[in-house]
Design a protein around this ligand. Structure first.
Ligand SMILES: C[S@@+](CC[C@H](N)C(=O)[O-])C[C@H]1O[C@@H](n2cnc3c(N)ncnc32)[C@H](O)[C@@H]1O
Length: 265
């Protein structure tokens, strides 16, 4: 299998995973730890304000883009690989009355369809880890930011080699497959011309998300036991085991969630 083909498969494979109804029910519409509260924090820390043009790289269904437009009055362009997510993002912006402040476009983070120095700021949440060529994505983000433009990332991180059973976890948090140490993301971003880094450990947001998923799985089990929920062929035991394993890895510090802020030189 060629590298190009496998990268494309990986990107679209992830897109399908996040698109599934089961994942939506468990994670809600903000597909990242910390939800919109962490998005708001990211917006504050990169100093968003009215009149700014912000790029949301891998914007999913547009919940963060819509939230930033509502909260800061900035114009947000969401870029997303999965065309169906773009349709959902348009619908959400329409429903929330911020269509005038938002634009959504299908595309690849590794080849952004925008001119040089278009944006004042960029964010990317729970997605950088999923890009097969992170250096290229970082260079692309730097290219489309104006000089001095701010970047805010939040992402899955791993610390040191992971235990072997992490492989089973891949089916649960698909993007962990490409995650690395926060320091490696910083190095990649430095290589693309970013400076003035702020790094925050947001592991507790990831632990809260996993705890919430475990609570929902327990609720589903009780409802199924009372005959009030048909689980079909969903393997609840496997889901519970993976969630427990995930919580253990986070508590041990093997897997985390990190906020990184920097600016283009
Ligand atoms: C965990 S979701 C996060 C979505 C959104 N940032 C959020 O926090 O709600 C990861 C997203 O990255 C998108 N994605 C993966 N690879 C991509 C790429 N190379 N370019 C653009 N989007 C990509 C997926 O389709 C998916 O919507």
């Amino acid at each position: 299998m060629s590298k190009e083909f496998s990268d494309r498969e990986r990107k679209s494979g992830r897109a399908t995973f996040y698109e599934s109804d089961a994942v939506r029910k468990l994670l809600g519409d903000a597909f990242h730890p910390g939800g919109l509260a962490l998005t708001r924090h990211l917006g504050e820390i990169i100093g968003l304000s009215q009149g700014n043009h912000v790029l949301d790289v891998a914007c999913g269904r547009g919940s963060s883009a819509v939230h930033l437009a509502e909260r800061f009055g900035c114009h947000v362009t969401g870029l997303e690989y999965n065309a169906r997510n773009i349709v959902s993002a348009h619908a959400l912006a329409e429903e929330r009355g911020v269509s005038i402040l938002t634009t959504f476009r299908q595309g690849d983070a590794e080849g952004l369809p925008f001119d040089d120095e278009t944006f004042d700021a960029a964010i990317s949440e729970c997605s950088f880890c999923a890009f097969p060529d992170k250096a290229r994505a970082a260079a692309e983000i730097a290219r489309v930011l104006r000089p001095g433009g701010r970047l805010g990332l939040t992402d899955m991180t791993t610390s040191g080699p992971l235990p072997e059973d992490i492989q089973t976890l891949l089916s649960w948090v698909a993007c962990i497959a490409g995650a690395g140490a926060a320091e490696s993301y910083v190095e990649t971003l430095k290589g693309a011309g970013f400076i003035d880094f702020t790094v925050e450990d947001q592991r507790s947001a990831l632990l809260d998300l996993v705890t919430d998923i475990r609570r929902k799985l327990l609720g589903a089990e009780i409802a199924a036991g009372l005959g009030k929920l048909d689980l079909g062929d969903a393997d609840l035991e496997e889901g519970k085991r993976l969630a427990r394993q995930g919580a253990e890895l986070i508590e041990k510090g093997a897997v985390g969630y990190t906020l990184i802020v920097a600016r283009k030189r």
